[in-house]
Design a protein around this ligand. Structure first.
Ligand code: PAF
Length: 312
């Protein structure tokens, strides 16, 4: 660890219980300072660090939560294989500007007798919900609601790579009148376009190369849309073609309304193109927003929070 990292690690505290978390945040709250929360399951990568850095720029105090939430995993092996690197995560979070790391145990989050779930209807049945089962988003919605209630942040930061998760969390925060702003930041990509993911470290070198089919598929559909193609069938076929050329098995490739997640017949306005695929045993997701209107055509129009198209 460099001396700068050592300094920041020493400034950042790790707390493991809700009462410690609340006590640690109490002075900031009393002084009217703003609190940002970055919920994570650890195995931090540049995507998480960009959320922490932005939270650090925008808020007076930054809490990073590190909790591998067992109830959102639909596959036991995925939960078991999920990378756990708390020591490394602590250093990275501190260096990126976190003031507090909240790393509770499973028993702290789900104590004996725990019997409540948060379910967001309508937005969770498709895409990831269909592929991973209802328990996935029930688990995400429940733990995120709990983390928001535990830390009571002014702003909570999420990555747009999990686009459906962002839509679901925005809905639950609004429906439950939670006094928090949900901020979604653009997907951070490796130099060659692969979306950063904690699961990337599980790919073999050959699988890592094949995984580039996901950003290539997004780009193929984006390039076709830029030529004026508007049919959902043609855009999806272009994306699927890239995946199958690399022998990557798609779980779904879908063009949906970015707010309602309803499937679209054609591209009009903005559409979310979302992909889930297996590369070997590793399940990856990626997405981009396609626009029927070439970028910059109408600078008067407010633009949706950017999801960066791969820059390969
Ligand atoms: O995106 C994630 O890492 C998780 O789904 C989250 C939001 C931390 C909830 O466990």
């Amino acid at each position: 660890m460099s001396s700068t990292n050592l300094d920041s690690a020493m400034r950042m505290r790790t707390v493991r219980t809700v009462s410690e978390l609340r006590a640690a945040l109490e002075p900031a709250r009393r002084d009217g300072l703003t609190i940002g929360l970055v919920p994570t399951m650890g195995a931090l990568h540049e995507g998480h660090l960009s959320l922490i850095r932005t939270a650090h720029e925008q808020c007076d105090r930054v809490v990073v939560s590190l909790f591998v939430n067992p109830v959102q995993f639909n596959e036991r092996t995925d939960l078991e294989r999920y990378p756990r690197r708390e020591r490394r995560d602590t250093d990275l979070a501190a260096a990126a500007g976190a003031d507090l790391l909240f790393a509770p145990s499973v028993e702290e989050v789900y104590p004996r007798g725990f019997a409540t779930a948060v379910e967001v209807f309508g937005l969770t049945e498709r895409l990831e919900g269909e592929a991973r089962g209802a328990e996935h988003f029930r688990g995400v919605a429940t733990v995120v609601t709990k983390l928001l209630c535990m830390a009571m942040p002014d702003v909570a930061y999420f990555g747009q790579k999990d686009a459906q998760q962002v839509v679901v969390i925005r809905r639950l925060a609004e429906d439950l009148n939670l006094p928090v702003r949900i901020a979604a930041l653009p997907t951070v990509r490796e130099h060659d376009g692969l979306a950063m993911s904690s699961r990337n470290s599980l790919l073999s070198p050959a699988e890592r190369a094949r995984a580039l089919a996901l950003p290539a598929a997004l780009r193929a559909a984006g390039d076709l849309a830029a030529t004026g193609e508007r049919s959902s069938g043609a855009l999806l076929a272009a994306a699927r073609g890239e995946l199958s050329r690399s022998g990557v098995e798609a779980e779904y490739v879908a063009l949906v309304n970015p707010d309602t997640l309803e499937p679209l017949e054609s591209l009009a306005g903005e559409a979310l193109l979302a992909i889930a695929a297996r590369v070997g045993a590793v399940r990856l997701i990626d997405n981009t927003v396609l626009s029927a209107q070439p970028t910059g055509e109408d600078p008067q129009q407010p633009k949706r929070e950017a999801i960066t198209l791969c820059s390969v």
